[in-house]
Design a protein around this ligand. Structure first.
Ligand SMILES: *[C@@H]1O[C@H](CO)[C@@H](O)[C@H](O)[C@H]1NC(C)=O
Ligand SMILES: *[C@@H]1O[C@H](CO)[C@@H](O)[C@H](O)[C@H]1NC(C)=O
Length: 345
């Protein structure tokens, strides 16, 4: 009798030990998983990031399905124009291009029609524009913020601004009686394929954070913004700008299935390539001393950001870098952002 009891004690002690070993193995495995790894159930644990899958019937799909209002926001040069064109077609109604940055338009928007748009896509210009959305969370609202790494974004913005100057568009528009002033300021010389600008005036324009250059990542993702996300817990997703085609598919599935055959909607991509922009140093030989802006950016991009102090308003950039590490490690480069993720960053 004694013997049997002892044996069964031994037996259960052994089982307990074996159980502990299994549990240890499991927890080691979870810790070793790469950041942003999603387990087979499609959900992710806190220690491994909050990657979202953009395929049909996965986690992002259900976030979109459950939201009554979806805000899609972005800095300049991060797929925004494509998303705005898509939204216009999907909602069959146009609202002002950057409505989320233009407070003066909101009341008119609200009283304009009983059916307010369920999807609104807008560039955000300033920290305050981002904060206003983060500070009014609702369980039925989903914020999808499109992200682009800042150095790549700013290079693209510089190219975009150069073409706008060459074509007298936007801020450099011809119907503002400014053409002569713009042409003189930048000493614009062009034919159908090439446009030459004065290097110094153009550099001054970049340094002034003009137009798309200044509608940047670091003026939206600031310490204040990260803090506000933690305090208000909006339903928030960060998505890399290269994933907008997949995002359009998911949104169309729920809001405009008839558009699925026409996707993806892309805008603003070819236009910057049709014209070659050259920078010319004043007082030197034009043919020999004009450098292709692409080459110029390749050579000077990294030093341009600090010499021109383009990030003078930035804060909490470490958090943004750590966020990018997680975002880019996600298979679909899409990340659920929670208070815990910001603690981790
Ligand atoms: C996956 O889901 C099943 C069923 O809901 C659950 O029993 C299991 O524990 C989950 N596994 C993980 C790793 O979360
Ligand atoms: C346009 O200007 C560029 C740069 O000055 C020049 O190399 C090119 O030959 C010009 N093209 C035409 C068609 O004149």
């Amino acid at each position: 009798m004694m013997m049997i009891t002892k044996l069964s004690h031994f037996n259960s002690a052994w089982k307990l030990a074996a159980g502990t070993i299994v549990a240890l193995l499991v927890s080691v495995q979870i810790k070793d998983a790469p950041v942003g790894f999603v387990d087979t159930n499609g959900s992710s644990s806190d220690s491994s990031g909050q990657c979202l899958d953009l395929d049909s019937n996965q986690d992002m799909d259900s976030l979109v399905a459950n939201a009554r209002q979806i805000f899609i926001t972005m800095p300049a040069k991060a797929g925004g124009t494509s998303m705005k064109d898509f939204t216009k077609l999907c909602m069959k109604r146009a609202v002002h291009g950057n409505i989320l940055s233009r407070e003066g338009l909101w009341k008119d928007y609200l009283v304009d029609s009983l059916h307010v748009q369920s999807i609104i896509a807008s560039h955000l210009y300033r920290e305050a524009d981002f904060l206003r959305l983060v500070n009014s969370p609702s369980r039925e609202t989903l914020m999808i913020h499109i992200h682009r790494e800042e150095s790549s974004r700013v290079a693209s913005a510089v190219k975009h601004v150069s073409v706008k100057i060459c074509e007298f568009r936007g801020k450099y528009s011809s119907h503002q009686k400014q053409t002569v002033a713009v042409a003189t300021k930048f000493n614009v010389r062009k034919n159908n394929t090439h446009c030459i600008l004065d290097e110094e005036s153009f550099v001054n324009e970049i340094a002034a954070n003009s137009a798309e250059v200044g509608i940047s990542t670091h003026c939206l993702l600031t310490c204040q913004s990260y803090k506000a996300i933690q305090e208000n817990a909006p339903q928030l997703v960060f998505l890399h700008y290269k994933q907008v085609d997949k995002l359009q598919k998911l949104l169309a599935k729920h809001h405009c299935p008839e558009l699925l055959a026409e996707l993806p909607i892309r805008a603003n991509m070819a236009e910057d390539k049709s014209l070659k922009v050259l920078l010319h140093k004043k007082g030197t030989d034009e043919a020999r001393n004009s450098v292709d802006l692409e080459e110029w950016l390749h050579a000077k991009g990294p030093s341009m950001e600090w010499t021109l102090k383009l990030r003078r308003d930035a804060s909490c950039q470490a958090k943004t870098f750590h966020m990018e590490d997680e975002l880019f490690a996600c298979p679909d480069e899409t990340l659920r952002v929670t208070s815990a993720s910001i603690d981790r960053w």
